[in-house]
Design a protein around this ligand. Structure first.
Ligand code: MN3
Length: 201
């Protein structure tokens, strides 16, 4: 397992997400998940040769004493790899036409969808994520605890926001709603649209 580089500088998402948060989040938190996985792979060699999504969907081959630890760190690795790609400096301010239509088919409009995501993120007690997922038939907003992945529930994540305190505390302290509001400014809608196309195709 390897820590993927950020596709942009630590300060690229300023002022919405500050450089120090990005550095610590990527270089320390994400790196810790990767290091833990490489340690687990010493005990469970199959882990290293199995696609991450496959293990998240069906971790039954992992011996019980390692399974929770593997799931936590594999989810952490996958979620963060995805999260870095879901953010971009200077991207489109809203979803492109096809994705926008799909969102408007599931909620009144894009603003209502954003409100649902905000509510899912703010309402997550403790640490976790809020997600836009494709469930095989359409779009939905869900929230997961800790590093749990929608993939484990058979869903395809299209967009996700990390609401662990480590994602925002330096700049936003206890104001998680302000962090999520700011995060919308850096969403990589092109990446979300790519996932939507693949999931609905
Ligand atoms: Mn995180």
């Amino acid at each position: 397992f390897k820590l993927p580089p950020l596709g942009y500088a630590n300060d690229a998402l300023e002022p919405h997400i500050d450089a120090q948060t990005m550095m610590i989040h990527h270089d320390r938190h994400h790196a810790a998940y990767v290091n833990a996985l490489n340690n687990f792979a010493k005990d469970v060699p199959e882990l290293g040769s199995t696609p991450i999504e496959k293990t998240l969907a069906d971790p039954a081959y992992i011996p019980l004493q390692f399974r929770q630890g593997v799931s936590n760190n594999l989810g952490g690795h996958w979620n963060h790899t995805f999260f870095w790609e879901l953010m971009t400096p200077g991207g489109a301010k809203e979803p492109g036409s096809e994705l926008k239509s799909a969102i408007e088919g599931s909620w009144r409009n894009v603003d209502e969808f954003k409100e649902r995501m905000n509510a899912a993120g703010v309402g997550r007690f403790g640490s976790g994520w809020a997600w836009l997922i494709h469930d095989g038939s359409g779009l939905a907003v869900v929230s997961t605890a800790n590093q749990d992945s929608p993939i484990s529930d058979g869903n395809t994540p299209l967009l996700g926001v990390d609401v662990w305190e480590h994602a925002y505390y330096l700049k936003y302290q206890n104001k998680r709603p302000d962090y999520i509001d700011a995060w919308w400014n850096v969403v990589n809608w092109a990446k979300v649209a790519e996932g939507f196309k693949a999931a609905s195709g």
